[in-house]
Design a protein around this ligand. Structure first.
Ligand code: AMP
Ligand code: TRP
Length: 333
């Protein structure tokens, strides 16, 4: 297999809902910061957005919104391939083939599936797509011969499953796929809810003060941070045991790139009020130019459509030969 000169990365984000600070700090910001180190492919995974009940008009709107968000945070479509998953049919096709070599037991053991299906008391409402979610994700990744998959902590298990699926395929049908590695950064890989630091920040939660969304107005950002849960101790330290404070400090650290020591020194003798005020200022200032670009991208839907179409063409050009290799390996060609 010929490999690109720089290691290839692939990652994806679901379009369901608006991106939050966890998505941004745990995944997107790093995709942007490392654009020149890798041969990058990034995808809005709209087919994954169908695994739980969804509304077609919303799916359409949110897919474009997430595409615009990725551009707004700084992914440069000249330095990466950026596209919507459903525009490249090979994802669904490869997913089917991988389904046929993936044991159901592997899927039933996935934490995300167990969590999501546990929340749904009526089994008749859990779709086969939800169980199959990680197989589609495996198809996304190995369809591009990706070496590295930069994700937040919550996706590590899915990338490991991808490795197992790719390795099994290679064993059964001969060397066909690159076996990828997850890459999870140290700080920010798991941003927690502001109201409750035992739950991760997420798009789908109804708790109004849990998540800061990329498109939140400054007032909303300030309010959520002011109300964030902390503890009754005083000194400001990076202590994972003090989960609420640790989360706020982590957000500040990843946004400012200051060292933990420098941050702790800055808050010697100061209180949570000071920290929260500074953090709110930092988040508002960091998001302002992103929000500005987002608004301008959304105001020009034709340009956005053109960029999506161009991304899909470039992605398909990479995916097609890999799919041809797969068809041959399994006897479909
Ligand atoms: P999703 O919104 O589930 O499609 O996730 C998109 C990316 O954001 C994935 O790489 C996730 O691992 C990452 N991510 C989601 N939630 C968080 C969080 N609370 N903290 C850090 N990373 C996250
Ligand atoms: N499951 C990932 C998430 O929820 C999104 C995703 C889909 C993805 N396909 C992918 C991430 C491929 C990395 C690589 O975050």
């Amino acid at each position: 297999m010929s490999l690109p000169a720089r290691p290839r990365t692939f990652s994806g984000i679901k379009p369901t809902g608006v991106a939050h600070l966890g998505n941004y700090l745990g995944a997107m910001k790093r995709w942007v910061d490392e654009q020149d180190e890798y041969d990058n492919i990034y995808c809005v995974v709209d087919l994954h957005g169908m695994t739980e009940p969804f509304d077609p008009a919303e799916l359409r709107r949110e897919t474009r919104g997430m595409f615009a968000t990725l551009l707004a945070v700084g992914l440069d479509p000249d330095r990466c391939v950026l596209f919507a998953q459903s525009h490249v049919h090979e994802h669904a096709e490869l997913c089917w083939i991988l389904n046929c070599i993936t044991p159901v037991g592997w899927l039933e053991r996935m934490t995300q599936f167990k969590d999501k299906s546990r929340k749904q008391s009526d089994r008749e409402r859990i779709s086969a797509g939800l169980l199959d979610y990680p197989v589609l994700m495996a198809a996304d990744i190995i369809l591009y011969d990706a070496h590295v998959v930069p994700v937040g902590e919550d996706q590590k298990q899915h990338v490991e499953l991808t490795r197992d699926i790719a390795a099994r395929f290679n064993r059964v049908f001969g060397d066909t796929f690159v076996v990828p590695e997850p890459r999870i950064q140290e700080a920010g890989a798991r941003i927690m809810g502001l109201d409750d630091p035992t739950r991760k920040m997420s798009k789908s939660d109804d708790a109004p003060n849990r998540s800061i969304f990329i498109t939140d107005e400054p007032d909303a950002i300030r309010r959520k941070i002011a109300r964030a849960a902390t503890d009754s101790r005083r000194e400001i330290r990076f202590d994972p045991e003090r989960a609420g404070l640790f989360n706020l400090l982590t957000i500040l650290q990843v946004i400012t790139n200051d060292s933990n020591d420098a941050i702790e020194r800055r808050y010697e003798g100061k209180g949570y009020g000071d920290l929260k005020r500074d953090l709110a200022d930092a988040v508002v200032a960091h998001l302002a130019p992103i929000q500005e670009r987002y608004r301008s991208l959304m105001a020009n839907p034709d340009d956005l459509d053109r960029e999506m179409a161009r991304g899909a063409e470039r992605a398909a050009a990479i995916a097609r030969p890999v799919m041809a290799r797969v068809r041959k390996a399994v006897g479909l060609a």
